[in-house]
Design a binder for this molecule. Structure first.
Ligand code: FIX
Ligand code: ZN
Length: 419
């Protein structure tokens, strides 16, 4: 047992605080990773690391290659091209490039050799089960939330067939098509036996959407329901989306005690030629969130916002509504410069009642760098806050720091979900 410095009358040092943050177990509340039972849907290894859509977008900055030529290449060829453009022809200073190196370095690989064939042969010698354990250990993760969409044709059959769950992976029910593309989603639901009509909305349609949500919540053991919404999303309106939210999604969440997670501010297909890498960002009208939180106090809303401009307003709204819990520095905000800013802002405005980070990992190995980089920034921000308190004579004990960090790394999230 370490000496508890504050109990001995001394303040914890920044280094001691950092050590606590660096070693605390984390629940990763939003990823695109899968339980290993989903086989090849769980991406891992050097080629998947290299063809990550963040790196695809960065590679095209340096290429004249037509988009369709790139998409016609095999994964290995794409990875070769990305490695050459981003790691050999230029120094890999971007966050997504640095992340690949942080991950490889943490696995004990010598990155300075710049030897892609060697990296490939090392990964070829790993097994997925050991690799999950190793990545989770290096990242310090205790639980990984998946993103589970019944509308995904590759994922759905796995759930329908059934499998033995790996209890390190928790499920989240993702429903974007239902709310952003109802005209296309309705016939799909009808094909699955739900008696819905895409035309004039009726009580029967809403009841059937609720039945669909209940069936899938049960099937996958969903811990929350999630949607990402475009930057120009408005609520309430006369649209079918407003009605589906009010008549189906929110009552479903209330019935099952589940939070509704909103990811606000994406601009899908800003450049469709980049495919998954082509989405952009826009500032959202957060009156949407205010209207939902105020209008439905019996519902709980997890929220992350993509635009930097929305971060402060999200904090202010969170101060007003106990049924709102912000999480993560999402996607384009998941860079050290903004993680630092957003985390400090949240600590100063919300204390410890939020979840500072999620990884959004699409490739298993990414949890290593995403968490190593974020932990360090969260540690520094926290150490600065405790040091400000120390100026007043207030000293935190090791047990108090551990308690605070537990809250930030999943405790506050779990309490919010269970409230
Ligand atoms: O909608 C989402 O969940 C986004 O996080 C992703 O779709 C996005 O492509 C991504 O990978 C961001 O990190
Ligand atoms: Zn995501």
């Amino acid at each position: 047992m370490k000496t508890i410095a504050a109990e001995a009358g001394r303040a914890l040092t920044a280094k001691q605080i950092e050590d606590i943050v660096l070693s605390a177990p984390v629940t990763d509340v939003h990823t695109h990773l899968y339980d290993p039972a989903f086989k090849e849907l769980l991406l891992w290894g050097i080629d998947d690391l290299l063809v990550y859509h963040y790196l695809v977008a960065e590679t095209f900055r340096y290429l004249d290659l037509p988009y369709d030529k790139f998409w016609a290449m095999s994964k290995t060829q794409q990875a070769d091209l990305i490695w050459d453009a981003l790691f050999l022809q230029h120094s890999p200073v971007s966050e997504a490039c640095r992340g690949v190196l942080t991950t490889l370095h943490a696995m004990g690989l010598d990155v300075k050799k710049r030897d892609l064939p060697m990296l490939r042969s090392w990964f070829a010698g790993q097994t997925v089960d050991n690799h999950i354990t190793r990545c989770m250990e290096l990242a310090g993760l205790q639980k990984i939330f998946m993103t589970n969409s019944p509308f995904d044709d590759l994922e759905r059959p796995v759930w329908e067939k059934g499998f033995r769950r790996d209890d390190r992976f928790a499920a989240a029910l993702r429903i974007d098509p239902l709310l952003v593309a109802w005209r296309e989603a309705a016939p799909v639901l009808a094909g699955w036996g739900y008696k819905v009509h895409s035309g004039l909305p009726s009580q029967k349609t809403f009841d059937e959407v609720r039945r669909f949500l209940a069936d899938w919540t049960k099937r996958i053991g969903a811990r929350y329901v999630m949607v990402s919404l475009p930057a120009d999303f408005e609520y309430p309106t006369q649209s079918i989306t407003t009605q589906l939210i009010e008549q189906a999604v929110l009552p479903h969440c209330r019935d099952h005690g589940l939070p509704f997670a909103l990811m606000l501010g994406v601009k899908r297909a800003t450049n469709p030629q980049l495919r998954l890498a082509g989405d952009g960002v826009g500032a959202s009208n957060l009156a949407v969130l205010q209207n939902l939180c105020a209008g439905f106090p019996e519902n709980k809303f997890l929220t992350t916002v993509l635009s930097r401009e929305n971060q402060h307003e999200l904090c202010v709204l969170t101060r007003k509504f106990r049924n709102l819990h912000p999480f993560g520095c999402w996607w384009f905000t998941n860079v050290p410069y903004l993680i630092d800013e957003i985390t400090r802002l949240r600590l100063e405005m919300l204390g410890l009642s939020f979840t500072p980070q999620h990884s959004d990992a699409r490739v298993l190995d990414q949890i290593v760098y995403k968490w190593q980089h974020s932990r360090r920034l969260i540690a520094q921000a926290l150490a600065d806050k405790y040091s400000d308190l120390a100026q007043t004579g207030w000293q935190v004990s090791q047990a108090e720091v551990e308690r605070d960090v537990r809250d930030l790394f999943g405790g506050a999230f779990e309490r919010f979900c269970q409230s």
